[in-house]
Design a protein around this ligand. Structure first.
Ligand code: GLU
Length: 448
C-alpha cells in the first residue's frame, strides 16, 4: 500500500472517532509519520493491525469527584484515568491536577507515555490521569480533602500490578502522600500502587530529581554526539516546577549558565545565570509559594518580565519544561534567529507541530520529551522494582542507573534516527521507531 494513502487511511479513521480531541490527534500524527514505513515493512505488524490498535486506549475511566472542602462547601470536579496500553507491563503514568485537564489532554499524555515507557527498557505500559481541579491558592487541608476524594474513586481501578499512577503537574510529594494514605486505608494494603512516594513509605531516592536530571544527562549525550560540551552554554529553561528546577540545577552544576525560568505569569531572566543556592532555594520553596519566581526577584535574583515567555532570549540551548504547546512557530523562529541550536523537551509535547517543522527545516537538534524527559518514569520503574523486593537502593546506585538509561535511550534514538546522507539525527523519528518496535513486538507476541 502506498505510504501516503496508508497514513491518511489510518489517521482519518482515528480523527473521525476522536473528532475535536486536538491534543490527542496531534500526538498521534507525530508518531504515525515515523512509524508507518516500519509498519508497512513488517508483515506481522500489518496482519495484526498494530498501528490502528495502538491509536485507541484500552480503557478510559471517568468519575466525578464530589467533595466537601474545609469550609463545608460541596465542590464537584471531573476525574479520569486513561489506561492506554498494558502490553509491556502495568499501566504507568502520572496524575495531573489542573483546570485545563480534559480527556483530550490526558489521552495524548497516556499515548505519549506508552512510547516513553517503552524507551526506558523497563516493563511498564502507559497511562495517565488527573482532574480539572485547580490547587493554586488552596489550603493544605483542601488539597488533602480533594486527594482523598479523588482516590476514593480511583482506588478500585489501580494496583501494583495493574496500574501505577505517579505525579505530574501540581501532583508532587505532598499530593502523592495524601493519595497513598487514602489508598492504604481503603485497601488495607501496603503496596507499590503509586510512585513518587515519600522515602519513609516505599519511595525511592532520586525520584524527585529524575526527570530534570535525566534531561541534562540526555543533553550531555547529545552534546558529545555533536562534539561539543554543556559547559559554558547559555540555556533558556521554561517552567518553574520540579522538572525545570532540577534541570536548571544539574545544568548549572555542569557549568552551563541557566538564564531563565518562567511560569504562566512571566519570565525571570538572569543574564549571568542563576547560581546553585538560588535554584536550591526555589526547589525547597516552590510547592509552598504562590509565585516562586517573583519571590526570587524580590530577593534581588534576576529581572521579572511580567507576561513574557523566555523564547526571545538569546541562547545556545532551549529546554521547554512547562507544558504542552507552550512553544509555537514564531517562538521557534525567534530562537533559531537568535542562534539557538538545540531544543530538548523537559515537558510533554511543549513544541507545536509548526515549531517542530521550523527546527527540522533549520536542521536544529530537536529532542522530543518522550526521549529526553523519560528519566522520571524510569526512576518510577526502579521504585516499583524496589517496592516489589521491599528494598531501598542508595542514591548513587540509582543516579548511575538513571544515567545509563538516558544514555541507552540516546543510543537507540541515534540508531533509528540517523540520516547519514545529511549528517543529521532525527531524534523524533528515532524515538518513535525505537519505542514502536518494542511495543509492537510485545503486542504481536501476545496475540489479538
Ligand atoms: N508524569 C511523569 C511523566 O510525564 C512521570 C510519570 C511516572 O513516573 O509514572 O513521565
Amino acid at each position: 500500500m502506498p505510504y501516503e494513502s496508508n497514513f491518511d487511511e489510518i489517521y482519518n479513521f482515528v480523527a473521525q472517532k476522536f473528532e475535536g480531541e486536538n491534543e490527542y490527534l496531534q500526538a498521534v500524527r507525530e508518531v504515525l509519520h515515523d512509524i508507518i514505513p516500519i509498519y508497512n515493512a513488517n508483515e506481522s505488524y500489518k496482519r495484526d493491525d498494530i498501528v490502528r490498535r495502538l491509536c485507541f486506549p484500552e480503557r478510559v475511566i471517568y468519575f466525578t469527584v464530589s467533595w466537601m472542602n474545609s469550609s463545608g462547601d460541596i465542590e464537584v470536579n471531573q476525574g479520569w484515568r486513561v489506561q492506554h496500553n498494558s502490553a509491556m507491563g502495568p499501566y504507568k503514568g502520572g496524575l495531573r491536577f489542573h483546570p485545563t485537564v480534559n480527556l483530550s489532554v490526558l489521552k495524548f499524555l497516556a499515548f505519549e507515555q506508552c512510547f516513553k515507557n517503552a524507551l526506558t527498557g523497563l516493563p511498564m505500559g502507559g497511562g495517565k490521569g488527573g482532574a480539572d481541579f485547580n490547587p493554586k491558592g488552596r489550603s493544605d487541608r483542601d488539597i488533602m480533602l480533594f486527594c482523598q476524594a479523588f482516590m476514593r474513586e480511583l482506588q478500585r481501578h489501580i494496583g501494583a500490578n495493574t496500574d501505577v499512577p505517579a505525579g505530574d503537574i501540581n501532583v508532587g510529594a505532598r499530593e502523592i502522600g495524601y493519595l497513598y494514605g487514602e489508598y492504604r486505608r481503603l485497601n488495607n494494603k501496603f503496596e507499590g500502587v503509586l510512585t513518587g512516594k515519600g522515602l519513609e513509605f516505599g519511595g525511592s531516592y532520586v525520584r524527585t530529581e529524575a526527570t530534570g536530571f535525566g534531561l541534562i544527562y540526555f543533553l550531555d549525550a547529545v552534546c558529545k554526539q555533536h562534539n561539543t560540551d554543556i559547559e559554558g552554554k547559555n540555556i533558556v529553561v521554561s517552567g518553574a516546577g520540579n522538572v525545570a528546577l532540577h534541570a536548571a540545577l544539574k545544568a548549572t552544576q555542569k557549568g552551563a549558565k541557566v538564564i531563565s525560568l518562567s511560569n504562566s505569569r512571566g519570565t525571570l531572566y538572569k543574564q549571568d545565570g542563576f547560581d546553585e543556592p538560588a535554584i536550591k532555594f526555589a526547589i525547597a520553596e516552590h510547592a509552598k509559594s504562590n509565585n516562586i519566581l517573583t519571590d526570587l526577584a524580590d530577593k534581588g535574583i534576576g529581572d521579572w518580565k511580567k507576561g513574557k515567555t523566555p523564547w526571545h532570549l538569546t541562547c545556545d540551548i532551549a529546554l521547554p519544561c512547562a507544558t504542552q504547546n507552550e512553544l509555537d512557530k514564531d517562538d521557534a523562529l525567534t530562537l533559531v534567529n537568535n542562534g539557538c541550536n538545540m531544543v530538548l523537551e523537559g515537558a510533554n509535547m511543549p513544541c507545536t507541530d509548526e515549531a517542530q517543522d521550523v527546527f527540522k527545516d533549520k536542521a536544529l537538534v530537536y529532542v522530543p520529551g518522550k526521549a529526553s524527559n523519560a528519566g522520571g518514569v524510569a526512576l518510577s520503574g526502579l521504585e516499583m522494582s524496589q517496592n516489589a523486593m521491599f528494598s531501598q537502593r542508595n542514591a548513587d546506585t540509582l543516579d548511575e542507573q538513571l544515567q545509563n538509561i538516558m544514555l541507552s535511550i540516546h543510543e537507540r534514538c541515534v540508531e533509528e534516527g540517523k540520516d547519514t546522507a545529511n549528517n543529521y539525527i532525527d531524534y523524533m523519528k528515532g524515538a518513535n521507531i525505537a519505542a514502536f518496535r518494542r511495543l509492537a513486538d510485545a503486542i504481536v507476541a501476545q496475540g489479538v
